[in-house]
Structure formats: C-alpha cells, structure tokens
Design a protein around this ligand. Structure first.
Ligand code: PMP
Length: 428
C-alpha cells in the first residue's frame, strides 16, 4: 500500500516532539541520567498508595513505588511497563489475528492507547482527511462521528445501511462515478476513507455479516479505500457461546483497516481507555498527534486496567465479557418484550444481535423529529429521533433510537406505554 496517499496535510506536517523523544530514550535506557525532561518530582504528589477492589473479590494495589510510576508522565503510545500495550496485542491475537502482524516490522501491526474510541476516531480522521475531501460513511451514522467530521470542511457521502449494516451495493453505486484507476491520480477527488461500525451499530444496532465484510473489503481494495472500523461494541455481541464474527482487521491483508477499540462498554466509560490499531505507518502518525495533544492517556488508569487483566488473564477477561453480554442480552429481550406489548402495529424493528440500541421505525410517520422532541417529551419520554443520525443534515427519518442499557423492566414498560400515547396523540 502507498500509505502516504492517505495522510492529510496536517498529519504529514507532524514531527516528533523533542521532549517526548527524551522520554522514550530514558525509558529505553534507564541507566541514563536525564536532566532533559520536565518531570515533576513524585515526592511532591499527595497520593501515597491505592487499592481498588473488584466485584469478584480481587484487588488492584499500588504501593508507594508503584505510585511513582502511576502518577508520572509516560510514553505517548501507551504504557510499556506494566504493559497495557502487551494486553492490546494479546487481545488482537486472540480475537482478530491480524494478517498484517506477519508483515515486515515497519509496515506491520501497531497500536496506540487512546482516551476511549472517540479520542481515537478524531485523531484518525485528522490523519486521513483534508478539507474538501469526499468521505464515505454509514447512513445513518453515529452522531459523535458526525460531530467530529462535519466541521472538518469535507464532503460527507452517505452510504445506505440496513439491518445488516452497510450495503455493498450502495457503496458500489456511490463509487460508480469514479474509475478505480483514479486512485493513482493525486488530483482526483475519489474518496479515500470509508467509516463504518461493523457490530451492534449506533444508532441501528445492526451487525454486518462476514460475507458483507468480505464484499466491502473487496470494494475497498478495488477503489483503494482505507476502512475506519469503529467497533466499541465488539465485546457486546450476544453470541456468548460462539466466537465473534471476524472483524475487518481479521481479513485485512493490505493494512487498509484502522480499528478503534474501547474499554468503555466492558470496563468503564469514565476511565476513558481505548486504542487505535492498524499498520505501523498510520499508527506512527497517530502517536505524533498524541505527543502534541494529550501527551498520553492516564498512566494510573492504564496501570489499573493492565493489572486487573494480569490477574484475570485472558480467561478471566472472557468470563467478564460473557457476563456483560448476558446482562445486555437480557435488557434487549426485555425492551423487545415491552415494545411488542405496546408498539405492535404502530412500529417495527429488527432484533439487534448485540449492543445497546433498538432502532424503531414508526409506521406511517415520515419524520419522528417533532414527535420525539415535543409530543413524547410532553409525556416525559426522552428518545433520539432518527434525524439526529443523518449524514446529510435536515434529512427526515421514520426511525427513533431506543437505548435499553440502563432502564429497568418497569421503566421500559412505562416508557413504551407513554410513547404510544404520544404517537396516538400525534395521529389524531
Ligand atoms: N463509537 C461509537 C459507535 C459509539 O457508540 C461510541 C460511544 N457512544 C464511541 C465511538 C465512543 O466511545 P468511547 O470514546 O467511550 O470509547
């Protein structure tokens, strides 16, 4: 792959920070006496030790010596010792077995820890997109992604999705106006980036089949696209007893997939830990961004997570994610039960195979925006209208997004009943 073809002007201009470079040198050569870095002296930090108990009776402990590391600046790519990056790699070997791991060292697999996948994504888009570029996205699309790319002054091209996510035919028909060879012409406006959520989509709950992923990957090869695989719900797929369907990264032989992962849905959303992974020439640019922006994700938080993973091992982590899947599967079943009880005949939906969202289509309603923002709210029901997720602003939508992650059975029952009242009020 010609990686430089994908790098935006802003990203190409990034250089290694001289200060961060000294941090790396010191970490690699502990015997060096450094007067280079502006390290605060940990003797002046008020925190001495820490102990965090887990629900399953384990303890993540930090003694005075550990705290000196945990509270200090650390590498921009992610902690090396104790090593969250080592865990990231282990998880990828287990769940994705990325073919690019077998590539030459300088084009092979790499990862960079981020403050959740949101932070990872905005850095990825900054790396890939110049003003005026054509960018392909799932439509409807995660509103958090729209919020980051819309101000980038690029042209967002919607690609239709259904209950199995992005449609390969729709992608092909969007790309039809360009010749695949145009990807060799630096002056061509052929899209270079495709953003998609492969599993348990937000807002649709849709999960792409492996066949679909293969078709879309083949189109990406033909038109030389980079696929931004936003997969924070990967561990929330409800196929508890089977292994999850292979990701785009798992079928990526070229290094054209950049994956954003997150611990938000399985460990904690407030700890803000995720990671970006893919071919080294991309990840290297993202590390430079990290050096210039947040410096690194919290050392303490990274250590907390890697120490818990050390105690759990892969098996313990898997037991935990299975519990999480079971929990959300029960929530989904409950939501569908109450939606069926109250909304049958008024609305339709496809059963999500994972995640937190039910994407409900109101029959005979062209646009749910006013209904949800006014009538439903008057009945004390708060939902999101489909229009909030339209790639093209102002597009009407018959859908609404219902999140089933938090509500109790009683609340789901009541909310569905009240929602029906607002629909009925609207139509009379
Ligand atoms: N991508 C998608 C599709 C999401 O739904 C979310 C969370 N709402 C994010 C990214 C961001 O998640 P986080 O930054 O917490 O990992």
């Amino acid at each position: 792959m010609n990686f430089s073809r994908f790098i935006s002007r802003v990203s190409a201009a990034r250089k290694e920070s001289p200060i961060r470079e000294t941090t790396r040198i010191k970490l690699q050569n502990p015997e060096v006496i450094s007067l280079a870095g502006g390290y605060p002296n940990p003797a002046m930090f008020p925190f001495q030790s820490a102990e965090i108990k887990t629900r399953d009776g384990l303890k993540v402990q930090f003694n005075e010596e550990d705290m000196k590391t945990a509270l200090q600046y650390s590498a921009s790519q992610g902690n090396r010792a104790p090593d969250l990056l080592k865990w990231v790699k282990k998880l990828h070997v287990k769940y994705h077995n990325p073919p690019i791991m077998k590539n030459e060292e300088n084009e092979g697999f790499a990862a960079c820890v981020s403050c959740g996948s949101q932070d990872g994504l905005i850095k990825v888009f900054e790396m890939l997109v110049n003003p005026g570029d054509n960018v392909l996205l799932d439509d409807p699309c995660y509103s958090g992604t729209l919020a980051m790319v819309k101000p980038m002054d690029c042209n967002l091209i919607p690609v239709t999705t259904d209950h199995h996510g992005l449609q390969p035919n729709s992608l092909l028909s969007v790309l039809e106006k360009w010749k695949p060879e145009s990807s060799h012409d630096p002056k061509s406006d052929i899209p270079r980036v495709l953003y998609t959520i492969p599993n348990c989509g937000n807002p649709t709950g849709a999960t792409q089949t492996l066949e679909r992923k293969k078709e879309i990957y083949a189109i990406a090869q033909k038109y030389d696209l980079v696929i931004v695989e936003d997969d924070p719900y990967f561990f929330l797929q409800f196929n508890v007893s089977e292994t999850p369907s292979p990701s785009y990264q798992a079928i990526d032989v070229d290094g054209r997939v950049i994956r954003c992962d997150s611990m938000s849905k399985v460990m904690s959303s407030g700890l803000r830990i995720g990671w970006i992974s893919g071919a080294y020439p991309f990840i290297q640019r993202l590390i430079l961004h990290q050096q210039a922006s947040i410096l690194h994700t919290s050392t303490f938080v990274q250590m907390t997570i890697s120490r818990l993973l050390d105690q759990w091992g892969l098996e313990g982590f898997e037991n935990h994610t299975k519990n999480v899947q079971k929990f959300y599967k029960e929530r989904r079943d409950a939501m569908i039960k109450y939606a069926t009880k109250w909304l049958t005949g008024l609305a339709e939906w496809a059963e999500p195979e994972g995640g937190m969202f039910l994407w409900i289509k109101l029959i005979g309603v062209d646009d749910t925006t006013l209904l949800i923002k006014k009538k439903a709210l008057e009945k004390k029901v708060l939902l999101l209208p489909g229009s909030a997720f339209g790639v093209v602003e102002g597009t009407s939508s018959s859908f609404c997004r219902v999140s089933y992650s938090f509500a109790t059975d009683e609340e789901m029952d009541e909310v569905s009943r009240l929602f029906v009242c607002s629909i009925v009020v609207k139509s009379t």
